[in-house]
Structure formats: C-alpha cells, structure tokens
Ligand binder design. Structure first.
Ligand code: SF4
Length: 169
C-alpha cells in the first residue's frame, strides 16, 4: 500500500493575503512540494478541502475577532506542527495600530453602519492564543525561507533560518 503523504494546511486570519501569495510565488518548488505532500487546506489556491488532522499548518494573519480567537484553537488542535508566517501572525500586523487607540473611533470613521461590525479591541499575534512551533517573520515572508521552513517541518528537522523563533525540541 502506498505511504500517505504528510498533510499541509494553510490558514488565513486577519491579513492582506500577501504571505499566502509568497507560497504561490514558489511556482516550480511548489510543484515539487505537491509531489511530496498533500495540500489539504489552502483556500487561496483551491476549494478542495481535506479533513484534519494536519501534519503542518501555516497560519497567516492576526486575531481580531472573537470567532477567530476560537477558530485558531481548532487549528491548533488539528495540527501536529503550527508555524506562523508574516508580521500579522507573529506580531499583530499593521492592524495592531488599533491597540493604541479606541477601536470604536476607527469603526465609526470607516463604516457607514458601525453597529454591523463585531470586532475585538486589539489585534494580537497567534502565539498569544495558542502554542506556536515556529515564527517566520517578514512582510511578506521570504519565499525561500518559507520553503526551507515547510521542508524542514515536514521532514522532521529544524529549519535553518537565522533569527527566527524555534520552539521544537
Ligand atoms: Fe500581508 Fe504583510 Fe500581513 Fe503578510 S505580514 S499578510 S504581506 S500585511
């Protein structure tokens, strides 16, 4: 019987999608990677979804809603390894500017119907909500570093990316 491939999932939270585009920007490498792994969840690229658990989850974006604060717990439960990618996921991103002002002022200035908006007062990094195995920084992330991290985690070694947090032992 053929050995099953490791399952990779990509998740979006509050973000601009630029880090997910870095994955798609891998082009040739991505084709080789898809030969080695099953892309089980990556809505930016495909509507095909495979149920967890997942061997590796890449998480883009920060937590800005109560719904997302619950959703990231589900992602963590379903993921053997969880790597956050980009400034939004690792530090809250540009949307964390709200952390220094009253969020209601922004909502009232931007939306015609502020009463329709249900958001948290802060934008927080993923690591403030769940355990994270590795943080890959950048805005967007560097695609070569991203490939190194994905390859390392899927094949059980530490990523060789200088200056980033490794929580795996
Ligand atoms: Fe976009 Fe930068 Fe956030 Fe990545 S880190 S999702 S490029 S804003």
């Amino acid at each position: 019987m053929a050995k099953s491939k490791p399952k990779l999932a990509v998740w979006k939270f509050a973000s601009c999608d630029g880090c997910q585009l870095s994955i798609l920007d891998l082009e040739d490498e991505l084709l080789a990677l898809t030969g080695e792994v099953e892309i089980a969840q990556f809505l930016e690229a495909t509507r095909a979804v495979s149920e967890g658990p997942y061997d590796l989850s890449l998480v883009e974006g920060s937590i800005t809603t109560a719904h997302d604060a619950e959703r990231i717990k589900m992602v963590r439960q379903q993921s053997k390894m969880l790597v956050t990618i980009g400034a939004c996921a690792t530090s809250g991103g540009i949307q964390a500017l709200r952390n220094f002002r009253d969020i209601n002022d922004f909502v009232a200035a931007v939306y015609a119907r502020p009463d329709y908006i249900d958001t948290l007062a802060t934008s927080t990094p993923i690591a403030e909500h769940v355990a994270v195995d590795f943080e890959l920084r950048g805005c967007p992330v560097n695609k070569h570093q991203l490939l190194e991290v994905v390859t390392a985690f899927l094949f059980g070694r530490k990523p060789m990316v200088a200056g980033h947090s490794v929580c795996m032992e």
